[in-house]
Ligand binder design. Structure first.
Ligand SMILES: Cc1ncc(COP(=O)(O)O)c(C=O)c1O
Length: 348
């Protein structure tokens, strides 16, 4: 090779063949024109914030993964990006749009309260006011939901979760559907240097090969667990978009092909919640989600520990709330484990 020639892979921070293959796969699954793979979901969202400048305003849902709230409230705000945290599933978003508003940021369903945001309706507001609609599609993945088809401009993923699917690596994605956003994000990824390493890219590619099988089985398990939880007298509330008659159900049914495998539920006391966490024998008490194994999380002190207490409680994340990510095991084993954990509780 001589000066001015290139294989297209001059330096791994810019691109490497395995990451490129993964990015092409994720772009095609989401129906975007480009996808960029980052070293984690948080690395992806942090890099995405670089398309904004000081003085810009973003309307963000108030129920988001706690790490994203920590990023927005501490780092992005320090960089003079302003946020309005609202309930995008219920409130009138237009009431919060200002002259400097540049984007709307949502997860749907939200982590952990499983609120469903109407993507099409929100995208119409975004288009009317020339805002970017950013949708975190981690919970449903493109297998069940494709936000671009509903008008989103940017799709975000924690690839650590369902895309990777085995709880053995971290990854994140920013998927775009315009050349302008693709060029901006390509400049950012090569500059900030948080692109995904080749080996992790290979692990996520391998995980994606079974995405359809895992999503179906995990959803089947989730539905069986929801049916069980709804009948348990010590379980006071179950949050799952697939429950008919709930506010999110109709919207989720309209905009997605499935309801996914994330369930949040509230039990009658904090003591019972803590008892369940320590009594489970098959289901690990652990922080992640979207893997082959079912995991149970305590959002108040894990995923949402850094969210100010009053915001956490306002969003419904009390100390009686547990979040379950259904895996692909036998549902009867999972239900038996939950049953023994709940039923072995005796009040002090
Ligand atoms: C919905 C959602 N988005 C983003 C993230 C951040 O991803 P990561 O843990 O890969 O940095 C998470 C992590 O739990 C998440 O649940």
């Amino acid at each position: 090779m001589t000066l001015g020639e290139s294989t297209g892979y001059d330096y791994s921070r810019l691109q490497n063949p395995t990451r490129q293959r993964l990015e092409e796969t994720v772009a095609s699954l989401e129906g975007g024109i480009d996808a960029l793979a980052f070293s984690s979901g948080m690395a992806a969202i942090t890099a995405l914030m670089e398309i904004f400048k000081p003085g810009d305003h973003i309307i963000s849902d108030m129920d988001l993964y706690g790490g994203v709230i920590r990023l927005f409230d501490n780092i992005s705000e320090k960089n003079s990006i302003e946020f309005s945290h609202i309930d995008c599933s219920k409130e009138n978003i237009e009431d919060y749009i200002k002259e400097n508003t540049k984007a709307i940021y949502v997860e749907t369903p939200t982590n952990p309260m499983m609120n469903v945001v109407d993507i099409k309706k929100t995208s119409e507001i975004a288009k009317k006011h020339k805002l970017l609609l950013i949708v975190d599609n981690t919970f449903l993945t493109p297998y069940f939901q494709q936000p671009f088809k509903l008008g989103a401009d940017i799709v975000v993923h924690s690839g650590t979760k369902f895309l990777g699917g085995h709880n053995d690596t971290l990854a994140g994605f920013i998927v775009v559907n315009s050349k302008e956003l693709s060029e901006k994000m390509r400049f950012i990824i090569k500059t900030v240097g948080s692109g995904l390493a080749p080996f992790d890219s290979w692990l996520i590619l391998r995980g994606i090969k079974t995405l359809h099988l895992r999503m179906e089985q995990a959803q089947k398990n989730a539905k069986a667990i929801v049916d069980f939880l709804l009948k348990e007298s010590k379980v006071k509330k179950v949050y799952y978009p697939g429950i008919e008659g709930t506010t999110g159900y109709e919207i989720c049914k309209k905009q997605a092909r499935g309801f996914g495998s994330m369930i949040t539920f509230e039990v009658e006391s904090k003591e019972l919640a803590l008892h369940i966490l320590k009594s489970l024998k098959l289901i690990p008490f652990a922080e992640s989600l979207g893997g082959t194994e079912t995991l149970l999380t305590y959002p108040a002190t894990q995923t949402h520990a850094d969210v100010p207490e009053e915001v956490r409680i306002k969003n419904g994340i009390t100390d009686r709330v547990l979040r379950l990510s259904a895996g692909i095991e036998d549902s009867q084993d999972l239900i038996a484990d939950l049953k023994q954990a709940i039923n072995s509780f005796t009040e002090a």
